[in-house]
Write a protein that binds this ligand. Structure first.
Ligand code: GDP
Ligand code: IMO
Ligand code: MG
Length: 409
């Protein structure tokens, strides 16, 4: 049984929290895309774990995790993260595996990422983690994979500066590397959770290009980076927030504006603690965009939506969602591909009465106030997809499911 968890917006939807929650029932968690541009937060008891490369199953003492072939791995960042986990008292030794096909991020790729950003005619606001440069090297067939460090001829041909940097890591990487196809075959009759990074709207093909990342963040990426065929995916879960956020540049049609929305943008940022895990940048905030969410459901075949951050609206009198875009006198309900249309579009908003109650202690759908249920029902109808998991706070226990998920959808 294999479940895929992806972000259905522009990243930071709470994938880490949800993967951690679901991992209690899985045997293996595989991160299938991205690199240290991601920041996945897990809060268990008093401890907060901030993961960039390590899959979110790691917090359980017995779960195995695999960094998949679709990832770009910065080894400095990887071992710093593992050290931090040790400092937090987490025993990870013997449980972290690395696909020998994953590509490596080298220090000068990070410099190049930052330099390139300065020269772009359309600055993206990258995380500066060398992601785009590594994927470009991969596509140019000039990249370095984990397995290449153990290929004596390739190793000998590598520039001296690369060898001297990588030398220190070779032995430790050797202890973690696996042939992913063979490794995954051993879990054929077990439960695998495939963890995405970023979100559909940051996907290289389906996101708001060019303001995207360079990896794949749709469900299809789980097959490609996870090494599984589409028929082996039993269910795709798409995580989304009760509002929208975006870090970095690019169109954001439902973004709060001071003129229309007063201080709402700052209020949501503070209530939702919307600051980047990787760069600390304040996240841009906006209304939940159902036009964009339905698009994400369509291009990723999302079977179950996962709603997070609904608690952020606890004190609100009214909650609005974006149901269409207004552009040159027309109402658009299909997510446009054009940057210009997305940038100039105005959101069409629909209001719902707030619930004015604290939701964090709710553990079933029936316990939610009727106003919250109507809001959720509207999302389901609009997206033609059920909301099967609801997160009412950042802690692990502040989560509940509405139907069994480890089933074929
Ligand atoms: P990811 O990149 O998708 O894993 O998400 P991040 O970890 O970057 O950002 C999500 C943030 O929201 C983290 O600080 C989480 O602790 C927090 N969070 C997750 N779910 C909820 C929720 O339901 N309510 C609230 N208030 N915070 C949440
Ligand atoms: P998680 O997995 C939010 C954004 C960056 C920038 C663009 C390209 O935590 O949801 P990159 O460094 O990847 O070339 O930057 O993508 N970005 C993210 N935004 N969450 C992420 O990951 C992101 N990963 C990249 O801010 O706009
Ligand atoms: Mg994040």
């Amino acid at each position: 049984m294999n479940l895929v968890v992806i972000g259905a917006q522009w990243g930071d939807e709470g994938k880490g929290k949800i993967v951690d929650f679901l991992a209690q029932d899985s045997d293996l968690v595989v991160r299938f895309s991205g690199g240290a541009n991601a920041g996945h937060t897990i809060v268990v008891g008093e401890e907060t774990y901030k993961l960039h490369l390590i899959p979110s199953g790691i917090v359980y003492p017995d779960k195995k995790v695999l960094l998949g072939a679709g990832m770009v791995v910065d080894v400095q960042s990887l071992f710093a993260e593992l050290e931090e986990l040790s400092r937090q008292g987490l025993a990870w030794q013997g449980r972290v595996f690395l696909s020998d096909r994953a590509h490596l991020v080298l220090p000068d790729y990070k410099d190049e990422d930052r330099e390139l950003e300065g020269r772009r005619f359309n600055p993206i606001g990258t995380t500066g983690r060398g992601i785009g440069v590594t994927f470009a090297h991969k596509a140019h067939r000039n990249g370095i994979r984990v397995v290449d460090l153990f290929d004596s001829e390739l190793w000998a041909r590598m520039p001296e500066s690369y060898r001297s940097f990588l030398e220190d890591y070779r032995e430790r990487l050797n202890g973690m590397r696996v042939n992913q196809a063979a490794f995954m075959a051993d879990f054929r009759n077990k439960k695998i959770l495939l963890e995405g990074s970023q979100g559909v709207l940051l996907d290289l093909d389906w996101g708001t290009y060019p303001f995207v990342s360079s990896g794949y963040s749709t469900a299809a990426g789980a097959c490609q980076g996870g090494g599984l065929g589409p028929g082996r995916i039993d269910r795709v879960l798409g995580v989304f927030k009760a509002y929208s956020t975006r870090v970095g540049n690019g169109p954001f049609p439902s973004e709060f504006t001071e003129g229309r929305d007063g201080d709402l943008g700052n209020r949501i940022r503070e209530l939702g603690r919307e600051y980047g895990v990787t760069t600390g940048r304040p996240r841009r905030t906006g209304y939940l965009d159902l036009t964009a969410l339905r698009y994400a459901c369509r291009v990723s075949g999302i079977d179950s939506l996962v709603l997070t951050h609904i608690d952020v609206y606890d004190g609100f009198d009214e909650i609005k969602v974006c149901t269409a875009y207004r552009f040159r006198g027309e109402e658009l309900t299909d997510f446009p591909s054009s940057t210009e249309v997305l940038e100039k579009a105005e959101p069409v908003l629909k209001g719902f009465p707030g619930w004015k109650t604290r939701l964090a202690s709710s553990r079933t759908y029936e316990e939610l106030p009727p106003q919250a249920r109507s809001y959720i029902q509207f999302i389901e109808d609009y997206c033609e997809t059920p909301v099967d998991v609801i997160s009412v706070g950042y802690r692990r226990k502040e989560t509940f499911i509405r139907r069994p998920l480890w089933t074929r959808s």
